[in-house]
Design a protein around this ligand. Structure first.
Ligand SMILES: Cc1cc2nc3c(=O)[nH]c(=O)nc-3n(C[C@H](O)[C@H](O)[C@H](O)COP(=O)(O)OP(=O)(O)OC[C@H]3O[C@@H](n4cnc5c(N)ncnc54)[C@H](O)[C@@H]3O)c2cc1C
Length: 544
């Protein structure tokens, strides 16, 4: 089946939903999402969205905090403009119906690590869920937006093969999309396509991310000839709930927001002594990479299974009111925040890198935009300031609308060329799930063990060697078996894993989130973005 609309948006987190609503002001929108609309990282965000709305705060201070955390790799112009747009975008969210928490009739602003002021708007500790609720509700009611759930984008639809012409001379015309229920691959054509597929936390064995985070947007862009940037900068959240019962193949860990430390939580050892004492002047509110490394070093040194986050200095009624989600989750697991220190471990949380875009979210491929966690905009540099990612998603949704809007009257009537049909798998062999499970597990364990919080040259080179072998096998499975969501995701995480390892191997220094014990210091000569530029054999499409 072939259908067309003015715009195709892939992904229904804060970035995709916001972009779809904005673009509907210009024309018709198809919004494709691979599970139900609310299945997104956005839905799990607890802490909130950073914006300068407090009386004693300033844009300059938010800019300075972002640049300092970014370890010398932020694009300063992007930082300044995103921070400046923040208050207007947050106001729009409120007008759309997002109910942020208030205290004495004013917005209640949270404090998180790396921020020098209280500037994090939140809805209790359900912030993402509340944003997602309001956006999905507006979108479902919108006559120009068609929400297509349970459909997985597989590859982008291009004028020509990326093996034949450079990205700049090619054009994106939509995507091939798998109907997860029927197994049929459809063609969705569009004048502009926006990738808003979120991050790639599932490349790691342990992650705070939901199952959808398999780097599909980054992988699709790369296969279409678009470079990816700074993949080595993966943020590990220092405090995820340690539950020895969590199954490894599932691997999602419940997040304990940084806002807990903003409200007085301290990291301690089993004997109650403080971990961050003497590690960093900001102690428990040091940037995430510093805290995650301190916990990792502590666990490796002592052999302990976890560290502890102690909130017992705060009264029960405060904790229950301020952190209802976290309080209930921990209590369900037998931990009372007001009496017991919470067992914690770090887990992969956020990709600072992604599809390289300009200040408007445009990629090197005409007709293709990337926003949200899928994109590398230069806002985060080598490390993300807490609560800046929801902000980035909503700000870049508006930028894309503005950019497309500039030329819209001129191009809106252009005909959309016919698309090549999808070529089904050559054999009708029934899929053998055992291959998918084996490769899935091997990749995620390899990346966790060898490209984790602390890296070194030897681990990186063994990881690359092994990953190349696994990827060859994945590509054979992909070519031979019928299409399924699992197969699409396996193909994508295998590509992302290889590119992540290659990026990490190419950076011969330690900076921000990339810490290599063989090169423990930052080097001025290495202060540049790592670009992975597509090869022509990066995982062929099945378009005929
Ligand atoms: C537990 C947790 C807590 C967090 N807390 C905060 C916080 O407090 N503040 C903050 O700023 N950031 C936070 N973050 C990070 C932030 O939530 C994400 O970076 C942000 O929500 C990403 O938004 P997005 O729209 O880019 O992607 P997502 O919200 O992840 O949405 C991606 C969408 O793309 C869809 N998709 C993916 N691949 C395909 C495909 N092939 N075909 C079709 N659809 C596809 C998914 O189904 C999903 O709908 C948190 C992240 C996690 C995991």
């Amino acid at each position: 089946m072939d259908s067309s609309s003015d715009f195709l948006v892939i992904g229904s987190g804060i970035a995709g939903l916001s972009a779809a609503l904005k673009l509907s002001e210009l024309g018709t929108v198809a919004l494709v999402t691979k599970k139900a609309a609310a299945d997104s990282a956005t839905n799990y965000a607890q802490g909130g969205i950073a914006a300068v709305v407090g009386e004693n705060d300033s844009l300059e201070s938010h800019v300075a905090d972002t640049l300092r955390t970014g370890g010398g790799l932020c694009r300063e112009g992007v930082v300044r403009s995103v921070v400046a747009d923040g208050p207007a975008r947050v106001k729009e969210l409120i007008e759309l119906g997002v109910r942020f928490s208030e205290s004495r009739r004013r917005l209640d602003l949270g404090l998180e690590g790396g921020h020098s002021h209280r500037r994090v708007l939140h809805a209790g500790d359900f912030t993402g869920k509340e944003i997602e609720r309001a956006l999905v509700q507006s979108l479902r009611a919108h006559p120009s937006v068609r929400l297509i759930e349970n459909h997985v984008a597989v590859d982008l639809l291009l004028d020509d093969s990326p093996a034949k012409i450079p990205a700049g001379e090619n054009r994106c015309r939509g995507a091939y999309v798998l109907d997860a229920a029927s197994g049929e691959v459809r063609v969705l054509r569009a004048r502009a396509t926006v990738l808003a597929c979120g991050g790639a936390g599932k490349v790691y064995l342990y992650t705070s991310n939901p199952d959808i985070a398999t780097g599909d947007g980054m992988a699709m862009a790369y296969r279409a000839g678009v470079p990816l940037a700074n993949l080595e900068f993966v943020q590990f959240h220092p405090t995820c709930f340690y539950d020895p019962g969590v199954r490894e193949e599932q691997g999602r860990r419940f997040l304990l927001s940084e806002a807990l430390r903003g409200e007085g939580g301290v990291l301690v050892r089993r004997d109650g002594t403080r971990i961050m004492e003497g590690v960093h002047p900001l102690k428990d509110l040091a940037p995430r990479d510093v805290v995650a490394r301190a916990i990792d070093a502590e666990l490796k040194r002592t052999g302990a299974e976890c560290a502890y986050l102690d909130m017992t200095a705060r009264p029960r009624d405060f904790l229950e009111k301020r952190f209802p989600n976290i309080f209930a989750h921990c209590l369900g697991a037998g931990v009372d925040l007001s009496k017991d220190p919470i067992p914690v471990v770090p887990a992969a949380h956020f990709f600072c890198g992604g599809v390289d875009v300009d200040g408007d979210g445009a990629t090197a491929l005409p007709g293709l935009y990337a926003i949200g966690e899928t994109a590398h905009t230069g806002l985060h540099g080598a490390n993300r300031l807490a609560s800046n990612s929801l902000l980035e998603g909503v700000v870049f949704a508006e930028r894309v609308r503005r950019r497309i809007g500039r030329d819209w009257e001129r191009v809106r009537g252009d005909a959309l060329p016919a698309a090549d049909p999808w070529r089904p798998a050559p054999s009708s062999a029934k899929q053998e799930s055992v291959y998918i499970l084996q490769d899935w597990d091997e990749i995620r364990r390899l990346v966790w063990n060898f490209v984790g919080i602390v890296r070194n040259e030897r681990r990186l080179s063994s990881a690359l060697e092994r990953m190349r072998i696994v990827r060859r096998e994945v590509m054979e499975v992909y070519r031979d078996y019928p299409m399924s969501r699992d197969l699409v995701e396996l193909r994508n995480i295998s590509l992302l894993a290889e590119l992540l390892i290659a990026s990490a191997s190419s950076r011969k220094e330690s900076r921000g989130l990339h810490y290599n014990t063989d090169h423990p210091e930052p080097r001025e000569a290495e202060r540049r973005d790592t670009l992975v530029v597509p090869r022509v054999d990066c995982g062929c499409s099945r378009a005929a």
